[in-house]
Design a protein around this ligand. Structure first.
Ligand code: PDD
Length: 297
């Protein structure tokens, strides 16, 4: 459920008081970046990695950060408090655009005035984390720099819509024969005890959950390769799972009309889900916990 407030260019105000110009370049060109950050029981998860990726996305688009990253983290905590979500599971959405200027494709001349909005909302852990997801296969129609978390999501939107029209949860994307990622998540497969995922290059978003899961795979000593794999390898995999901020580690049980294995989440997927939950419980940080940690240094 959406909250009542938003952070808008420097202050937290009622969300209905946010006024965005129709000339905003996010609205006109999709000229901006975003992040989705999870919190569990009011405690932010993997904030450092999200803010690092946000800074990288801004750098790649030559948009100056309108706020420093420490201040941004404090503002996220303030929003959670303001919305009374200190005990809730939820997420923060934030986006920064290049700003509002008369329409012209090239960057505006003169001083940059980026626009930043951020809001918090409740978001319970989805049922498909337990039950498994059904996915369709869909061509990857996106541009060639999807490593930047930009607002240009039409390729993702159309693929996800196709999945939903079929009553499915997600779309796994492929460029020619190579599986890249899903419309809102990264894709992993298990074949003969080895876990595979696409390498972090310009063809996928390097998901924060992906990075957490790779750390967990290493710490559990499971054989792992970061290497492109084909649609055929996906369809004949022993297990398939998705990772994202909202989906965590979600097993895939069906691809188009193909039931994967027994049609139930596989053992390595389950093992990683357990490890992920343990990691999440140990590593969500609250302002209170951070403050008390600081006094103990
Ligand atoms: N989506 N790939 C794509 C295309 C994504 O949109 C996402 C996240 C991921 C996973 O990234 P992360 O683990 O950092 O969430 C991979 C977010 C949740 C969204 O757009 O809502």
């Amino acid at each position: 459920m959406l909250g009542l407030y938003a952070y808008w260019n420097g202050s937290i105000i009622p969300i209905e008081d946010v006024k965005i110009s129709p000339l905003d370049r996010g609205y006109q060109f999709g000229d901006g970046v975003y992040e989705v950050i999870r919190f569990y029981a009011g405690q932010l998860f993997e904030t450092g990695r999200h803010l690092k990726r946000l800074q990288r996305s801004l750098n790649e688009l030559f948009i100056p950060a309108p706020i420093n990253m420490d201040e941004l983290e404090k503002t996220m905590h303030a929003l959670i408090q303001q919305e009374n979500l200190a005990q809730s599971d939820g997420m923060i959405y934030l986006q920064i655009t290049r700003g509002a200027y008369p329409r012209s494709h090239g960057f505006p001349k003169g001083p940059a005035t980026p626009n930043m909005i951020m809001y918090a909302q409740t978001y319970p852990r989805p049922d498909i984390i337990e039950a498994g997801a059904k996915v369709i296969l869909h061509p990857d129609l996106r541009w060639h720099r999807v490593d930047i978390k930009t607002l240009n999501l039409l390729g993702n939107v159309l693929a996800k819509q196709k999945a939903e029209e079929k009553g499915y949860h997600e779309a796994i994307l492929h460029r020619a024969d190579v599986v890249t990622e899903a419309s809102t998540a990264n894709v992993f497969i298990v074949r003969k005890g080895v876990i595979w995922t696409h390498p972090a290059n310009e063809a996928i978003l390097n998901g924060i959950t992906r990075l957490v899961v790779i750390d967990l795979i290493h710490s559990l000593g499971i054989p792992f390769v970061e290497r492109p794999f084909t649609v055929d390898a996906l369809l004949t995999a022993d297990e398939v799972f998705l990772t994202s901020t909202t989906l965590e580690v979600t097993p895939v049980t069906m691809i188009d009309d193909l039931i994967l294995g027994e049609g139930i989440p596989g053992p390595l997927t389950r093992k990683l889900q357990e490890a992920f939950t343990r990691h999440m419980q140990a590593h969500s940080t609250s302002e209170t916990r951070r403050a008390s940690e600081e006094t103990h240094i």
